[in-house]
Design a protein around this ligand. Structure first.
Ligand SMILES: [Zn+2]
Ligand SMILES: [Zn+2]
Length: 554
């Protein structure tokens, strides 16, 4: 069969070909185009024009198609490479936009649209203008303070007995630098040594080919709790590293699945320290989970707590703890302790033990790496190797033993509380944080319980703030800006307030078929590549940035 991707075909020839969706998908994949684009309606608040735009799934959702996942991986590799052996202090330390900022920016865009609509209709816009300038001030303030609202409740103070941030480690005076030491060789070469560290969770029982030898003896409970709290353990490890390192140590790390379905961590560290020290830090690092006990099942089956709404307060203000109802014992009518009350009881109980303690296993691998060597490149590829896969994806679905292992993990997670807000707390007689009507133990919808996450629902890439001068979105923008400039197209700075994005209502008949949309996106991509290729020929050595990398990332 002739390939519709072949540019030798005329337009008419191409149009005669059957437009099967699976063919279009293959073509899209081959061209690195998103195969699950989302159509969004974009209102340009400057011109008032509306346009339907194909947005790559990677830009809008968590689950990325293979094309978007691959592109994301190349961007991450670029980010990792850029920061690892940095020679000068990063001059800016950008914050990832936090939720408040994002919400404010979106809200402002909606207000802008309303204002413009009002103006068009000839209405008075004074009030809306006032709201807009107020929002601008809020957005700026949120950017400077990091969070707009801050903490509304005081942070819980544990007694010293329960302090966990002070393991028995040496502490060095901290130098005010994020750069590691350099060494100059006798011939005057400057070397930038750094570290590549791999940390693994402990054993839960003997494993062969990723499957427990004796599933009944395998400690599933510990395995899922370790996975649930893994990111906290990584935070503690970094805190301890910094105390011992004596400088403002920076890292780029990725959390990856092992074949036994446990998360483990690869970490590129800028600068170096003795291997024995890193191993000692890993061994001394732990995280205690101070949550209420789940030893006793109080409610299950048909015997479940019932939700009762609280009467409105006389002055009409909300209850101090923000709840508008409570879960009660269905038989005695006793109000179950709220999340806050349960934690207070735990604090007051001198005999209490943490629900769980996470530690790393004995397998700690520390490798020295020199900047700019093939070794460093190898590590960067390794760091991002599994970024396109989720924890459950490592599963070999044709292997019954592996399937059984994964099913046991999911079962062990079923009644395990994944967070303070998890409905599973009701099973153990505690109201979840921010409770609502309709919560049922065993039916938590959070990602952590799902077969594809198996307990670890946190971020797959963890990067310290001063790793490089840029965030991932700035890396993206960089590449785009360079390409646009190279093509002689003006790339206006993107005004975050300019566009309002709306999902398209279900049943809107004007959207072309997915197959057609994919082929249009491929055509755009090919036009763009052809122009790049022409440029590459014209100016082989004029442009410093690596064209191949740009092509992958675009
Ligand atoms: Zn996609
Ligand atoms: Zn949950």
């Amino acid at each position: 069969m002739s390939n519709p991707n072949d540019r030798g075909l005329s337009r008419a020839e191409r149009q005669r070909m059957p437009l099967a969706l699976d063919v279009a998908v293959e073509i899209a994949k081959h061209n690195g185009v998103c195969i699950r684009p989302v159509v969004l309606r974009r209102l340009d608040t400057r011109t008032g024009l509306t346009e339907d735009v194909n947005v790559p799934c990677g830009a809008t959702m968590d689950a990325k198609c293979s094309s978007c996942a691959r592109r994301n991986r190349y961007l991450r590799m670029a980010q990792c490479r850029e920061g690892w052996h940095l020679e000068a202090e990063p001059s800016i330390t950008p914050d990832e936009p936090n939720e408040e900022q994002l919400w404010l920016v979106e809200f402002r865009a909606d207000m802008q649209a309303q204002r413009d609509a009002a103006e068009k209709a000839g209405d008075d816009t004074t009030d809306l203008d006032a709201i807009l300038s107020g929002l601008d001030a809020e957005i700026t303030a949120a950017g400077m303070r990091g969070t707009l609202l801050g903490r509304t409740t005081a942070k819980r103070n544990r007694s010293t007995r329960r302090r966990q941030d002070a393991p028995d480690l040496p502490r060095k005076v901290r130098q005010n630098t994020t750069l590691g030491r350099t060494f100059t060789s006798s011939d005057g070469m400057v070397y930038r040594p750094s570290l590549f560290v791999t940390l693994t969770l402990p054993s839960y029982g003997k494993v062969r080919n990723g499957v427990p030898v004796d599933p009944d003896a395998y400690d599933y409970r510990r395995a899922v709790r370790d996975a649930l709290h893994f990111s906290k353990l990584v935070d503690r490890f970094v805190q301890n590293l910094r105390r011992v390192a004596g400088y403002d140590l920076q890292y780029f790390s990725s959390v990856e699945p092992q074949k036994r379905l446990a998360p483990h961590l690869h970490m590129a560290i800028r600068g170096t320290m003795p291997r024995a020290e890193v191993k000692a830090i890993a061994a001394a690092t732990y995280h205690q989970v101070w949550w209420p006990s789940v030893d006793e099942v109080r409610f299950e089956g048909d015997h479940l707590p019932v939700w009762v709404e609280r009467p409105a307060r006389e002055d009409g203000t909300p209850y101090l703890d923000g709840q508008d109802g409570d879960y009660l014992d269905p038989v005695t009518g006793e109000v179950l302790p709220t999340w806050r009350e349960a934690l207070d009881r735990l604090d007051a109980d001198e005999e209490a033990e943490p629900l769980h303690v996470v530690r790393f296993g004995d397998q700690v691998d520390v490798q020295g790496v020199l900047g700019g060597t093939p070794d460093a490149d190898q590590c960067i590829r390794y760091l991002s190797k599994y970024l396109t896969k989720s924890l459950g994806d490592t599963l070999d679905a044709d292997n019954p033993a592996q399937r059984d292992h994964a099913a046991r993990m999911v079962e062990a997670l079923r009644y395990e509380p994944c967070s303070p807000a998890c409905p599973n707390w009701l099973r153990y007689g505690v109201q979840p944080k921010n409770p609502k009507a309709g919560m049922t133990p065993g039916r938590c919808r959070s990602k952590a319980h799902k077969p594809e996450h198996l307990g670890y629902a946190g971020r797959r890439v963890l990067v310290s703030r001063k790793w490089s001068n840029k965030t991932l979105s700035e890396h993206k923008r960089d590449r785009r800006a360079w390409v646009m400039e190279a093509l002689g197209l003006a790339d206006e700075p993107v005004d975050p307030h300019r566009y309002v994005w709306k999902p398209i209502p279900a049943g809107d008949g004007n959207i072309p078929s997915l197959a057609l949309r994919l082929l249009r996106m491929v055509a755009e991509r090919q036009r763009w590549r052809a122009s790049l290729l022409a440029l590459q020929v014209k100016a082989t050595s004029q442009f410093a940035p690596d064209l191949s990398a740009t092509k992958e990332a675009a």
